[in-house]
Design a protein around this ligand. Sequence first.
Ligand SMILES: NC(=O)c1ccc[n+]([C@@H]2O[C@H](COP(=O)([O-])OP(=O)(O)OC[C@H]3O[C@@H](n4cnc5c(N)ncnc54)[C@H](OP(=O)(O)O)[C@@H]3O)[C@@H](O)[C@H]2O)c1
Length: 490
Amino acid sequence: MLQKVTRSTVIDAPIERVWAVLRDFNSHDQWHDVVQASHIEGSERSDQVGCIRNFTLKDGNHIREQLLTLSDTTYTSTYCIVQATVPLQRYVASLKLKPVTDGKRTFWHWESTFDTPPGQEETLRDMVAQGVYEAGFENLRRYLRQGGDLRSQGQVELPTGVAIASRGMAVRRYGDADTIRAVDTQVAAPGPGQVRIAQRAIGVNYIDVYLRRGWIPQMLPVSDREPGVLGMEAAGTVIDVGPQVTGFLPGDRVAYIGPQPGAYSTVRRVPADWVVRLPVQIEIETAAALLLKGVTADYLLRDLGRVGPGTRLLVHAAAGGVGLLVCSWAKRLGAQVIGTVSSDEKARVARAFGCEQVIVTRNYQFADAVQQACGGADVVIDGLGETARDENLAALARRGHWISLGQATGALNMPADALIAKSLTFSRPVVFDYVNTPALMAQRAQRVWDALDSGALKMPPIERYSLEAAPQAHARLESRGSSGPLILTC
Ligand SMILES: NC(=O)c1ccc[n+]([C@@H]2O[C@H](COP(=O)([O-])OP(=O)(O)OC[C@H]3O[C@@H](n4cnc5c(N)ncnc54)[C@H](OP(=O)(O)O)[C@@H]3O)[C@@H](O)[C@H]2O)c1
């Protein structure tokens, strides 16, 4: 009687990664413990239907199998034994993958039918079920966790499980851009819930300047013995993951945002909860340039500003990192976008990103122009702070909403009574509270990538600096000369 063996499992890796290994008909000697050696006969490719693989098993047996079907669209393949020293007769097997709906995992179904000599049915069924399929599931899991698939392609170079040298850019005492200096450290293997990342690009944000100056000392304590490494976001590839981490594998392209500084470094360990895997179309430098700023634009426009058709939106530093993203996204949402910038050149850039009316001012005089342009702003997105306070109050429309997200000119002193005259509302948000769960982080990051895909977010020009040039990047940001995001590259 024909025997049938069926096994299935879920692998903690996206389908593309699992399929890349399994579609290679000659890959088993790299990941399956029972296979000693494998080669494809003749000069055929290992994904060519009809090709024959020749296995030597660790127990000394030999098996020749032929690939019968292979589909990259349905993630399926079938194959049969054409010759074997094990008594499996008329053996035909198929494997099928399906993505689990969370997009991070893969359902793998493996089955076969075969005949056996009389009396050996149970032994051979157990051998296929446990020795081939169940062991194969475990072996592939281990192979992916160690980055074996990417290591064999030279894409994972760093060792796993041991401390790795890292160079960081840090401050020993608060001050100007030239207080930022290189520090060399060792980054230990990731602990429970952590991911260790080989960083390739790091986002520079204005909060890095506040931290360097000592404006938020509780967030970045510094001393000679313990220099404070700057930086709140970066992107790169996973080196290894700690216990209890699911959804990430060595070699995965990832980016993160986190409320604890330390991102200006070549290698970093961070909680897996901060991290998102990058879609194939998002380059690592794009992720570092856009993740924190894009997520900020998302919560500003969607959650706080509730920006939609006709919203009169005033955006300060409209040609800046956050500014350009806010302008282009708000324009797509139908808002009337009015921006302030400090130069004609920046005005040109802001207009190209959807800012309809641009006010050029270096000394924060804009309220009259805003009132003339639209009769007052429904929402102000303000990263300027104290020096622009009274102008913001004057520029807002009745029942307008003032979102104070930064303080490039100094800490804002805002008595609640100042809001009464026009029934204004006021928010003082911080991006980290809008991505404080893995689900929220993933959702907002996805919205940024989708907006980029659809053109709602126009890709801004990126200014690149090497990691060691962090002082120059800071000086540039503070000079008011930059447009769009700045990144450091490793
Ligand atoms: N709370 C949050 O969740 C959050 C998240 C991200 C960013 N932010 C804030 O959003 C603002 C923009 O951040 P960003 O990283 O995208 O920086 P950015 O806008 O690229 O750079 C800052 C810009 O601020 C303007 N500025 C005005 N007065 C300035 C001064 N005295 N010194 C320096 N710059 C001055 C400059 O534009 P002009 O020369 O055109 O005026 C400058 O280009 C910052 O205030 C930042 O702290 C807050």
